[in-house]
Design a protein around this ligand. Structure first.
Ligand code: NAG
Ligand code: NAG
Ligand code: NAG
Ligand code: NAG
Length: 723
């Protein structure tokens, strides 16, 4: 008996399995209306492709007849759909999923959508959203529900062909009537609702309208995909809709969804559409716009980096817009030495071209010169990576900015999110993008300073730059781009360079870059720190020792020396070489020289930082066990020796633990004689080297003198450290 029962049980199980296996898979057809293949449309189609949907697009490239979608409208969508659905009017097997596309991303397969749909036991299921729209007075007619999304949204609905056709043909709609209102009225009519079997997806099983629900959605990851978790209902919706004012939220989510980025796989879409430059005989032509709209430090280096770009110059057209008299020479110096570029056009301050006009002209050059890409660069964009142009071209994106950051600051050339007022807001992932924890190509609401635009974006409905009130031209441009549904990207796939900080650049100073150690350390180092300095810093590099316990190493560049001399001579108030010295606290200098203190020319703060960051590490290496951080120094000055003024200095001790003595010019070139003699060791350093410093103990053992200069002028930079 028992055996028979078991047998029957197994048979039933087998039959049940076979039935389930052979049940024909329900078909799902996705239908959307789009008149324009916008960036959002492409994003939608990509996601549909990834999850294997069959999409029918209605109305493409036909004039939009549905009225202004910023207010009510959209009856046109109903009419297009109605016509299309005629062939399904008796088909209750085919499921039809109607959805908007510009602001929708799909995140799950049709199989899972079908399964969830059947579980809702609806004939037609609509998106539920938080706001009652377009007729808010209807809100009290809605059935009461527990969740926060109570109202019908027509941006996404799903049902069998027959039911949907029935719903569409209840009564006529004009193209400019509101589609959402049409469906809402059917739903609010209880009889109609029951007859048509309409439900709202209150728990976001399938549809997620984002507006007002932004805080309920979290991005979660599997190994090779991201999905949305609705934390209010603990569901995983399959269609994410950036309705209302939630477009930016959708854009941000789109950086992860639909196999775009996961922590395990990184950027999964970055390889899509890229151009393999190695396969091209001729590289794409790039029209470059360079914008100098304000005084900017290190512009010489900026141009140098452009010259060093590893991209064929004959494929680059240059357009320079300079509004600053101060930079006229820098530009001329560059344009006088630009052999090889396909073309060069330059607008000077006297051309009186506004920033917006200049940016538009530069973009239009893309058409004039038949360029494939337009690269826009502001004078703050320091492209230290010489492959940047090639790397950006290769990405082949519509609009993409290479990520540039002010070194050591959170300031960059993009915003991760927008505030309610449309200005900067910190996105959750801003820090991780900035520090390359997350690498990829990110859709962001605002970019500036450097970006590449593909020529088709300029040829087709270019969004022009405009001057509008006090807003920056780029802020207005990005806003207009967003409003036109154009997506902008930021790439941090590589390191491309950094942003120069021009905020406190005071061009009334002599050699203003010299004062930029604090604000623009990286560029300052590049210009002013000796190229061999880093080698000296290595623990195993032996440092020259010309006299006992006197060390000698390369510290600063010739530019440092000439600039510092220029600053001092420009200031011109050399001390008189007398013992009375009002600059000192006690008013008395025991061993006076002709000098100017760093403090007098506003450089004391910079000098102390210089001691801390560049001198102290070497001191610690040379004189083991002495740590004093930060180093203190009150006496920091440039000394001038010349035969008819003060040629030499008698033997003395310094009031320092150690002394820094940098040669600012060259013996037997700029002067004759000179040098430093350490009396106790009868040892002199005379063949001093430009930019090299001596470092020696200040007292007791290193009694020393300045040897006489017999011709010309000798300059040294002296600092008494830790007095
Ligand atoms: C597509 O969009 C652009 C810009 O928004 C607009 O100028 C153009 O008329 C649209 N094309 C169609 C067919 O609607
Ligand atoms: C660049 O991207 C566009 C659109 O994504 C694509 O049609 C085109 O083929 C790509 N260009 C190259 C050279 O691959
Ligand atoms: C002029 O250009 C040359 C070569 O690029 C560069 O070495 C020099 O520093 C520039 N001078 C100025 C004042 O920019
Ligand atoms: C010091 O050195 C110089 C040259 O190196 C030498 O001529 C002189 O005799 C030395 N003096 C003493 C006191 O050793």
């Amino acid at each position: 008996m028992r055996g028979v029962l078991e047998f029957t049980y197994l048979t039933l199980l087998l039959i049940w399995t076979v039935i389930c296996r052979t049940e024909p898979e329900a078909k799902l057809l996705m239908v959307t209306v789009a008149s324009n293949a916008t960036d959002g449309y492409h994003r939608f189609m990509r996601s549909a492709r990834i999850y294997g949907y069959n999409v029918e697009t209605l109305g493409m490239n036909q004039p939009w007849a549905g009225g202004d979608m910023n207010s009510a409208g959209g009856g046109y969508k109903i009419n297009l759909l109605k016509r299309f659905m005629e062939k399904y009017k008796d088909d209750s097997k085919t499921l039809v999923l109607f959805t908007d596309s510009y602001d929708v991303i799909i995140t799950a397969s049709s199989k899972s959508v079908i399964k969830k749909f059947h579980q809702t036991k609806s004939r037609i299921l609509f998106t539920a959203e938080r706001f009652c729209w377009p007729d808010t007075t209807l809100s009290n007619q809605y059935p009461p529900v527990m969740g926060s999304s109570k109202y019908l949204n027509s941006g996404g609905f799903l049902g069998d062909g027959k039911s949907i056709y029935e719903m569409l043909t209840v009564h006529d709609v004009a193209d400019t009537d509101d589609d959402q209102l049409y469906y809402t009225k059917l739903f609010l009519d209880a009889d109609m609702r029951n007859d048509l079997g309409i439900n709202l997806d209150y728990e976001n099983e399938i549809f997620q309208a984002l507006y007002g629900s932004e805080d309920d959605v979290k991005v979660r990851f599997r190994e090779d995909d991201a999905y949305i978790l609705n934390v209010e209902h603990n569901t995983e919706p399959a269609l994410i809709h950036g309705n209302g004012l939630s477009k930016e939220t959708l854009n941000m989510l789109g950086n992860y969804l639909a196999r775009s980025w996961t922590p395990v796989k990184g950027c999964m879409k970055c390889q899509e559409d890229v151009i393999d430059l190695t396969k091209l005989d001729t590289l794409p032509a790039v029209c470059m716009g360079i914008f100098i709209e304000k005084p900017t430090p290190f512009l010489t280096e900026f141009f140098e980096r452009i010259t060093q770009q590893d991209y064929p110059k004959d494929r680059i057209h240059l357009f320079i817009h300079n509004t600053e008299e101060y930079h006229r020479n820098h530009v001329t110096n560059f344009t006088n030495n630009v052999a090889g570029y396909a073309s060069v056009a330059s607008k000077e301050p006297t051309d009186v071209l506004s920033e917006a006009e200049a940016r538009n002209q530069a973009a239009q050059e893309t058409i004039t010169h038949d360029c494939d890409f337009h690269l826009s660069l502001d004078s703050e964009a320091m492209l230290t990576e010489s492959k940047t142009i090639g790397l950006l071209v290769q990405l082949n994106r519509t609009v993409v900015a290479p990520m540039l950051v002010r070194p050591g600051f959170l300031w960059s050339n993009f915003w991760g999110a927008l505030s309610d007022e449309g200005f900067y807001a910190r996105s959750e992932d801003y820090g991780e993008i900035l520090d390359y924890t997350k690498r990829g190509i990110w859709n962001v609401p605002y970019i500036r300073n450097a970006y590449m635009i593909r020529s088709d974006v300029i040829k087709n409905h270019f969004v022009p730059f405009v001057e509008q009130g006090v807003a920056d031209v780029d802020i207005t441009w990005c806003k207009n781009m967003r409003e036109q549904g154009r997506l902008m990207y930021l790439s941090n796939l590589q390191y491309y360079g950094h942003l120069v900080n021009s905020e406190s650049f005071d061009i009334t100073l002599t050699k203003p870059e010299f004062y930029q150690l604090v604000n623009n350390k990286l560029d300052w180092e590049y210009r002013y720190i000796h190229q061999d300095y880093n080698t000296v810093k290595q623990p195993d590099t032996i440092v020259e020792q010309p006299c006992t316990d006197v060390y000698w190493f390369p510290l600063v560049t010739p530019a440092y020396a000439t600039d510092l001399i220029a600053i001092m001579e420009g200031y011109g108030k050399w001390s008189n070489g007398k013992n009375d010295d009002a600059r000192l606290q006690n008013g008395y200098e025991n061993v006076p020289t002709r000098d100017i203190h760093m403090k007098q020319v506003g450089l004391e703060r910079q000098w102390l930082l210089f001691l801390k960051d560049y001198v102290r590490p070497i001191q610690e290496k040379l004189y083991t066990g002495y740590y004093h951080d930060p180093p203190q120094a009150i006496m920091n000055f440039v000394v001038r020796y010349k035969p008819d003024e003060q040629p030499a200095l008698r033997p003395h001790h310094d009031s320092s633990t150690y002394t820094i003595n940098i040669a600012l010019n060259t013996p037997n070139v700029d002067y004759e004689g000179g040098g430093c003699r350490f009396v106790r060791y009868n040892c002199s350093v005379v063949e001093t080297r430009l930019g090299w410093t001596l470092i020696h103990p200040g007292r007791l053992t290193h009694f020393h003198e300045g040897l006489p200069v017999t011709k010309g002028t000798r300059y040294i930079m002296i600092s008494f450290v830790d007095p």
